[in-house]
Design a protein around this ligand. Sequence first.
Ligand code: FEO
Length: 384
Amino acid sequence: MKIAEDIYYVGVNDRKIDLFEDQYKVKNGISYNSYVIADDKVAVTDTVGEGFESEWLGNITAVLKNRAPDYLIIHHMEPDHSANIRRFLSVFPKATLVGSPMAFTMIKQFFGSDFDFNKKIIKDGDSLSLGKHELTFFTAPMVHWPEVIMTYDAFSKTFFSADAFGRFGAISPEEQSWDDEARRYYFGIVGKYGQQVQSVLKKISPLDIQIICPLHGPALSGDIKRRIGLYNVWSSYAIEKQGCIIAYTSVYGHTEKAAKLLSELLREKGCEVKVFDLARCDMSEAVAEAFSYGKLILASTTYNAGVFPPMHRFIEELTERGFGNRTVAIIENGTWMPQAAKVMRELLSEAKDIKYIQPVKILSSPSDENISQLKTMASELCES
Ligand code: FEO
């Protein structure tokens, strides 16, 4: 697949994987992306995951025919991209590996110190000429590991962005919408490192980028400004969409009843609402949506003098990714000693700039007074 003049996609689709990084559901699989830049000199960018070496090496050979790559550029050492470095060098032993100092440290750790190769260690701003294609390297620590680099090709105006701008889902001709799976991917994989993503966005802001080649998902050739804008919103923890997320847990349906009543009240007032049953939903989707909307309602039953376990996990998923700058409303339920609200507030204590709405306390099942309180909560949420 041709991406731009002299640039070809040689990656693979993994459609058998169930959990990416052993935790994120990927019902449409995932791609491990690799590209060839075939100029006077030839560069291959990254390898692919374990088990896909034959297909990947076949793709490279199909593009290059009898030519051999001069360089393997290592943007990222996580094994979904680096697993086949040794195999690459066994087929193309004269190739030079290009990467950051830490990438070479990681190569030794993953492959063993007896692994001999030509190497070119690069630092931020270094360049490499392939002929027409002048490559400039940018270090991008913690997007998503510390060794990460990104590459800009001034000739084709192509930006090789490592994990950034990737999305879940194999690459297919009937392209799915990018935003939802890119958002879920961003907040799942990179979300903790918003500040580091901001640094990279600042660094690349002077570049004229026409094509983005990430390590997962399709190469992006349209809508570039909007996509970079979304990354700016996500990494600065700004609010992407107006509306509310209701995340609830409910053992016998009473807390669920309150959550659903609140969702109806909000919708009646014209507010966009998404509702997640945390015991059953895809947690990574709930997390991504909680970061995209400005208002979050947490509704949970008390459990073991604390909060119901999926709610505990959900709040931790948010706070470890820097959740903040949001309006939060809490609904708790308990039959003899409600504790959920107290514990939810404690769990959220490290989240910055949270504005709390008056909470609602349910004793076993929503009372008439609770229904009236939920009406007040809906009004406050709509006005805030
Ligand atoms: Fe797709 Fe951070 O690896």
